[in-house]
Write a new protein. Structure first.
Length: 436
């Protein structure tokens, strides 16, 4: 509610970390000074998982400061480019409180004075230096080195009785049954296995196109599942109703696998297992919650740190950047998470309303081949949205950024043409039935 009120009162501004914490503290009556033994942190999270579901214990001498750094990054560039990150307090540890009735955990320690830096996140990597998101793309050599590091990780405790991952061929129906049963009882895969699964999925995703093609076996159906948002029990119920993916039952998981819910790790682990078992029958689309910005704000980042470590979050971010954006089913049905491409030129009319008659007329639409050329391997940040507004462009980076915003954030509207969304201040559009 605090977040929505802020969006309505100042839709053109993105609050910095200090504002976010202040809003949450105000609504939850959370005291800014919490001691090591404070139990209130566990109850303060809420369902949204705001600020990575993490509340930092702040001493009076340790004010939260900082902002989101607005800069687009093309992750394949050799040089490091800044990503959207929260610069906030630099605690020696973080209070993690996940919004679920079954479990809430809080570990609170005194925070040291915040240090202003564009890349600091309200999350510590353990002792000493604050954690920072990886600021450059992963080369083949980087991924090979990470695989060697993962393979050298310790084996699980002798008491572990869950499934072990030894490559895509090890993932069978029985393996998935064992994984689901273990996770339902609170267990997690060994860290070594989680790393290797993500690395193998990255290898698969790198072979796929921005726009993928899907065929349905004769007499069969395609199941499309969207917005699971870390709700493991809902996911299990959907699988009971729809069955599981396989050669005769293709699935598209249509984005927003993680964030908000408290079991994002469990949900994404099962989805990755399905993809590893049947890579040509399980299709994944990127949603707006497969972005670094949203993962830091809405829970998955903090959950990775609580259940494994922050380096695994960096690896997940790499996997998400490699996700396709959309799929074409039998050459007839276009499936994507958000919206269709916006107007070109990208016009923004001050004062335009959501009234269906108040519209930007439909412009020339891109072709499917134009969509296939989109470079999906990037992150978009708060400044990307307003900066996307402007005249037609032949610059492929500009085109790719605009379409990525549309595919992840756009929404339908009741009237023809295009209208403003205001979801990110400005730069996100709603599209009418004529565009479809």
């Amino acid at each position: 509610q605090a977040w929505l009120k802020h969006e309505q009162s100042a839709p053109k501004s993105f609050p910095d970390a200090s504002s976010l914490v202040a809003m949450v503290a105000s609504k939850a009556k959370l005291r800014r000074q919490m001691r090591h033994s404070s139990a209130s942190a566990a109850a303060a999270c809420g369902a949204g998982g705001l600020l990575s579901a993490a509340f930092v214990a702040l001493q009076p001498s340790a004010p939260v400061s900082g902002k989101l750094v607005p800069s687009r990054v093309a992750c394949r560039q050799a040089s490091a480019s800044p990503l959207a990150a929260v610069a906030a307090a630099t605690p020696s540890s973080t209070a993690l409180a996940f919004g679920c009735s079954a479990a809430a955990a809080a570990v609170v320690a005194s925070a040291q004075r915040a240090r202003r830096s564009g890349f600091n996140v309200a999350r510590a990597a353990g002792e000493g230096e604050p954690w920072q998101p990886r600021l450059e793309g992963w080369t083949d050599a980087d991924l090979a080195a990470e695989r060697m590091r993962a393979q050298a990780m310790p084996e699980p405790d002798a008491a572990y009785r869950g499934p072990r991952y030894s490559g895509p061929g090890s993932v069978t129906d029985q393996w998935i049954d064992s994984l689901i049963s273990m996770q339902e009882n609170g267990g997690l895969l060994p860290k070594k296995d989680a790393y290797l699964m993500v690395l193998d999925v990255i290898n698969i995703l790198r072979t796929e196109s921005t726009l993928g093609d899907v065929s349905i076996p004769a007499g069969r159906e395609l199941t499309v599942i969207g917005d699971l948002h870390g709700q493991y029990w809902d996911f299990m119920n959907v699988l009971k109703l729809a069955g599981r993916p396989g050669p005769q039952t293709p699935f598209i998981f249509n984005g927003d696998f993680v964030d908000r819910g408290s079991w994002s790790m469990e949900v994404i682990t099962v989805i990755l297992a399905f993809k590893l078992k049947d890579p040509t029958f399980v299709f994944l689309n990127r949603g707006n919650h497969e972005m670094l910005e949203t993962n830091i704000l809405y829970g998955f980042c903090g959950e990775c740190g609580a259940k494994y470590d922050m380096a695994l979050f960096d690896l997940f971010s790499e996997a998400f950047r490699n996700l396709p954006l959309c799929h074409l089913v039998e050459g007839k049905v276009f499936v994507l998470h958000g919206g269709l491409p916006g107007p070109d030129p990208r016009t923004w009319i001050p004062g335009q309303t959501h009234d269906p008659t108040d519209a930007i007329p439909m412009t020339v639409l891109p072709t499917l081949d134009d969509i296939r050329k989109v470079d999906r391997y990037t992150e978009i940040t708060p400044d990307s949205y307003p900066n996307s507004i402007g005249p037609s462009s032949s610059d492929q980076e500009v085109i790719s950024t605009r379409m990525l915003i549309d595919f992840l954030w756009g929404d339908p509207r009741g009237g023809p043409g295009y209208g403003p969304s205001y979801r990110k201040g400005k730069g996100v559009y709603m599209f009418g039935p004529d565009v479809t």
